[in-house]
Design a protein around this ligand. Structure first.
Ligand code: ACO
Length: 330
């Protein structure tokens, strides 16, 4: 039996963002808040949201189209589409199937995964594993979340934090190992701290309907503590597994939830804040999409050069968290 494991690397990335911008000053018109509070507590200045006729799928298709273009891979060469999303347009068909249809990836299997803001890192591990086993060669990993449809726009503690967006990566079999290690963890016992409960009618023959709103419920302080305590451990574990030091990492791309969280993680790791790319002031927290959107812009702006050693780290509902150590050399 051939036990050879195949190496994989990321060869294309892309982003998809809605055009509509909501500034902090716009939110002052609908809830009791102000730019100073939002900026100092989170670093967010504005976010993008979809209009009624726009969909998360549309954003993911745009990101995927760009990632395929950068990779130089044709849609029919894609063997598998994975979409990380916690807010699909439909419970079924999956967003991955919708992307398959729109981009005509006619040879691809397709499914979604749900790991909230850790979805991109979880998806990368799934992609790496499918390639390592020899089952697939080219995988499109999309990530999209449309929080604006699940926000209580009267709740100032959550409506100021989130935005809509999508990202995508093409991961392919390669001679050199580009996805060096992925750490992936969860603690389901703390799921209540960050939740979007799903509304749904019970069968009237067996139960009274007790519908709740499908809104974001968040224990902000606990999530903050969870992130700043857990993510540094995950990052340290991942770089130790690869056998590199934190100093050797060229750039850290963390889930863009809150600038204070990212700065605190940098300080706890004793790594210069300068190495942590931040673009959440423009987009807010775009959940599963934030790492790829940030990585795409970091490459476009020359913040990430090729080749570079990157740390990608996600954390969020589940609770879930994870870190990937990646060599960017597309
Ligand atoms: N504008 C003005 N005042 C506000 C607002 C607002 N938008 N929201 C809350 N406040 C008030 C509160 O009512 C409270 O007032 P009080 O003292 O009179 O009771 C005061 O501000 C302080 O509220 P806290 O919640 O204690 O503020 P905190 O300093 O903890 O900051 C924040 C809140 C920014 C949410 C912080 O806890 C945080 O960043 N948590 C992590 C959130 C996060 O990252 N979530 C997503 C991660 S996972 C995922 O991405 C799905």
């Amino acid at each position: 039996m051939n036990n050879k494991l195949f190496s994989s690397k990321i060869i294309g990335i892309g982003k998809g963002l809605p055009e509509t911008v909501i500034k902090n000053s716009d939110l002052e018109k609908i809830v009791d808040t102000n730019d100073e509070w939002i900026s100092t507590r989170s670093g967010i200045k504005q976010r993008r949201v979809v209009k009624a006729e726009e969909t998360g799928t549309g954003l993911a298709v745009k990101a995927s189209h760009d990632a395929l273009g950068l990779a130089g891979v044709n849609p029919e060469e894609i063997d598998l589409i994975i979409c990380a999303t916690s807010m699909p347009d439909n419970l079924y068909p999956s967003t991955a199937c919708e992307i398959q249809k729109e981009l005509k990836c006619v040879n691809a299997a397709a499914f979604d995964i749900t790991a909230a803001c850790s979805g991109l890192v979880y998806g990368l591990n799934v992609a790496k594993s499918f390639i390592a086993s020899g089952i697939y060669k080219n995988i499109l990993l999309a990530s999209v979340d449309v929080h604006s449809r699940f926000i209580n726009w009267e709740d100032r503690s959550t409506c100021v934090l989130f935005g809509d967006g999508a990202g995508a990566m093409v991961v392919t079999r390669s001679e050199e190992e580009g996805i060096l290690y992925v750490d992936m963890e969860a603690d389901g016992s703390r799921g209540e701290e960050l939740k979007i409960p799903l509304s749904g009618k019970n069968c009237p023959l067996v139960a009274q309907n007790t519908l709740k709103d499908s809104y974001v419920y968040m224990n902000g302080r606990e999530i903050y503590k969870f992130a700043v305590n857990t993510v540094p451990v995950s990052i340290k574990k991942a770089v130790d597994k690869v056998g590199v030091s934190l100093e050797e990492v060229d750039c850290f791309i963390l889930h863009q939830a809150n600038a204070r969280i990212i700065e605190s993680i940098a300080d706890r790791l004793k790594v210069s804040r300068e190495k942590f790319f931040i673009n959440l002031h423009k987009y807010g927290n775009t959940s599963a999409a934030s790492i790829v959107i940030a990585m795409t812009e970091a490459v476009e702006e020359g913040f990430i050069k090729s080749p570079s050693l990157l740390v990608l780290s996600g954390f969020g509902a589940g609770l879930t968290w994870g870190t990937a150590v990646v060599r960017w050399n597309p």
